[in-house]
Design a protein around this ligand. Sequence first.
Ligand code: VOV
Length: 249
Amino acid sequence: MVEAVETMDGWYSLHDLRTIDWTSWKLASEAERKEAIDSLDQLIAKWEEVEEAGNGSQVLHKVVGQKADLIFMFLRPTMDELSDMETELNKSKMGEFLLPAHSYVSVVELSKYRPAKDGVDPETLPETQKRLKPILPKWEHICFYPMDRRRTGDENWYTLEKDERGKMLYEHSKTGRKYAGKVTQVITGSIGLDDWEWGVTLFAHEPLQFKKIVYEMRFDEVSSRYGEFGEFFVGNLLPREDIPNYLEV
Ligand code: VOV
């Protein structure tokens, strides 16, 4: 029987995408708009304290294109906390102007394809823990998309031996490493949690690097033969201090 790979799982993740109800926003009084901006600012201040204490992380970007206006990516130790964050955003004054656009639930994932070095369980290593509970980079651009591993006919990832899958992912990682400093990735697993099997979240200083890495990886066997991809979302960082200006009408 083909062996599954053991995964190491970290913080839970919620990609929460919202569309701003611009019509209501423009019709609201200046006082109401200020109250809404302040409510969002207070929430972000609270979330930043959680991040500073090492108990989670988050990032906010403006989505480019018509799929949504905002993408929040939240990481927290428990799914309950993610649900609380989503609810507190809905209950806030700002929430009155935010329409749901899309969401994705998953958990930060690394896998144990490589044999343990000197018998040490990689999950116990501080560097692994840092990757499982990452502070999300506040880089200028985000690219998020879900993906599956194909299982049709001769292209069935789930009938391949673990060694073979591990070798392909090793080749994949070599392509990825060429982009060190230009693209950083957070892979989240969503089997049993959401509609696709993995969420790919990439951060870059320069958006063209998303196209370059994703294109180059299309030729890695693990993607060319076994990758199926969902909808892409791309965005530009929205720092807390820029929110009033972004919402100015
Ligand atoms: C930015 C660079 C980069 C680097 C260095 C990198 C490295 C690695 C390593 C070492 C490993 C395997 C072990 C582990 O740590 O889990 C992975 C795993 C994975 N990757 Fe990756 N990946 C990158 C980037 C990167 C991209 C751009 C994509 C999208 C692929 C595309 O075609 O659109 C991707 C996908 C994945 C997935 C879905 C998995 C899990 C697959 C599974 O079947 O288990 N990934 N990845």
